[in-house]
Design a protein around this ligand. Structure first.
Ligand code: SF4
Length: 476
């Protein structure tokens, strides 16, 4: 790429600086939580989780909950996949799983009795639409037995769709079942790319599903694309993007394919020589940002773009944006109760994760205990850094005075080593810093993970012995 600094003037919400990205691109967490999930410990157990729930109950204010359901099954494997999933065509496995999942929902429902108002529901996977209509009907009825759902006009009820598993009729059924937001993976429409990642998903099928979601009155439709896939070129991603923009979704996410075959077995089926090189990937990212900005989408942060009228963009303008395990959210501070294998909850000052295998999950439920495998109780320093990282990820700025006052600290002393690193970032043009504000510049926005990493105590300690933590993806 010949340009040095490319301002994207049509919508000045982000600026693409190729040399800076090249210089600073490194491995780092995505900060859906702080501390990140790799810091969770097996010493955290069911009693700790129940204590966290009791702590929430003891607080006077009543807050609505977020609920997450993990459906781990998929029909076939996509080679780029890094999710926790079970690839099987044996439908009886889902029947058994649903039986246990419903028992966990009931346990959580009992635990949260009297404070079980739900304003946010998310089904993720795997492939939630692996379930049949009847299974979904049954599961939704069960959820309504144990939790009180806010009306459709208030609540955000979302589901991840694999277009290959649904028909137009199914989309209408999902709306009737209570979902009002939908996200679907596209990745790339090009048949050669689709073959290289083992995900054959005809373009028309996807466009039909987006049209059906509109007709069924889904409030928000979100499309996921990936750049950096095998056999992908600037032309294929450009053409895909044009077609997606023409379909007019409310949100578009552009994920960077992170090739980490040492962590994710399916990725070993991808030939490294088929992957675009680092410079081509940067050009792909630049192309996507430029086209999305020209089409009127606002850069929310990380991989996410939204129409200015979308809830996420409105929440960001009003300083109400939040980030959790499902990405950006408008429901700040809601405790997150998650059910299903490997699902992560965030209740009070804790995170906890369920066991990762079906056998272990079933064992726990058979013993009539919650399937908590590990977690963490946040110390005051964790809470401070979590809030700070949240603010930066969601608002691209931080009031130093607010943080100092809320947590009763002398910011300059407390963060002396961090401020030293931040001054280097200031010299690089990523941020501006004075005694009152830390602000991320337009060209710093794409490197927000790098900025947040400065405040990650665990990462900084670990880096002393292992400079590049191999379980993380590149920040760009
Ligand atoms: S990308 Fe989604 S559909 Fe594909 S294997 Fe992974 S979880 Fe399943």
């Amino acid at each position: 790429m010949s340009a040095t600094v490319i301002p994207i003037s049509v919508l000045p919400s982000v600026e693409f600086d190729a040399p800076l990205i090249r210089k600073l691109n490194q491995l780092g967490p995505r900060y859906t939580s702080y501390p990140t999930a790799d810091r969770f410990s097996g010493t955290f157990g069911i009693a700790d989780y129940e204590r966290a729930v009791a702590g929430v109950r003891a607080k006077a204010e009543k807050r609505a909950l977020s609920l997450y359901l993990h459906i781990p099954f998929c029909n076939t494997v996509c080679y780029y996949c890094g999710c926790n999933k079970i690839v099987t065509k044996d439908r009886s496995k889902a029947v058994t799983y649903l039986d246990y999942l419903k028992r966990e929902v009931a346990m959580q429902g009992r635990l949260f009795a009297g404070m079980n108002q739900i304003e946010q529901l998310h089904f993720g996977g795997g492939t939630p639409t692996y379930l049949s209509d009847e299974q979904m009907d049954d599961l939704m009825a069960h959820l309504r037995r144990w939790f009180d759902f806010a009306p459709d006009t208030v609540g955000e009820y979302s589901i991840e769709i694999d277009p290959r598993t649904v028909s137009r009729e199914r989309i209408h059924t999902l709306r009737r079942q209570g979902f009002n937001r939908l996200s679907l993976g596209v990745q790339d429409f090009d048949p050669i790319v689709q073959k290289a990642v083992n995900r054959i998903q005809p373009e028309q099928q996807t466009l039909d599903i987006i049209a059906a979601a509109r007709a069924a009155d889904f409030r928000s439709v979100s499309v996921d694309l990936i750049y950096g896939l095998p056999k992908q070129t600037l032309t294929t991603i450009g053409q895909t993007l044009e077609k997606v923009i023409a379909a007019d979704p409310d949100r578009i996410a552009i994920y960077n394919y992170a090739h980490m075959p040492h962590l994710f077995k399916p990725q070993r089926r991808i030939a490294e020589e088929d992957l675009p090189d680092a410079d081509t990937k940067l050009e792909m990212l630049f192309l996507c940002i430029r086209r999305l900005n020209e089409a009127g989408y606002v850069y929310i942060g990380m991989d996410h773009f939204a129409k200015p009228s979308d809830d996420l963009a409105v929440a960001q303008r009003e300083g109400r944006l939040h980030r959790n395990f499902q990405g950006y959210s408008t429901h700040a501070e809601a405790d997150l109760v998650s059910c299903g294998v490997s699902a992560i909850s965030a209740v009070g000052p804790t995170y906890s994760q369920n066991v990762k295998t079906l056998d272990a999950y079933y064992d726990h439920i058979d013993r009539n205990e919650l399937p908590v495998a590990r977690g963490i109780e946040l110390k005051s320093d964790d809470l401070l850094r979590r809030q700070l990282i949240q603010h930066l990820m969601c608002n691209f700025e931080l009031s130093i005075a607010d943080i100092a006052q809320t947590f009763g600290i002398d910011f300059e002393n407390y963060f002396a080593p961090e401020l030293e690193k931040l001054r280097v970032m200031q010299a690089d043009g990523l941020i501006t810093l004075d005694e009152n504000w830390l602000r991320v510049t337009l060209k710093g926005r794409l490197l927000i993970r790098n900025i947040c990493m400065t405040f990650d105590t665990y990462l900084n300690k670990q880096r002393a012995s292992q400079p590049e933590p191999l379980r993380y993806s590149k920040t760009i």
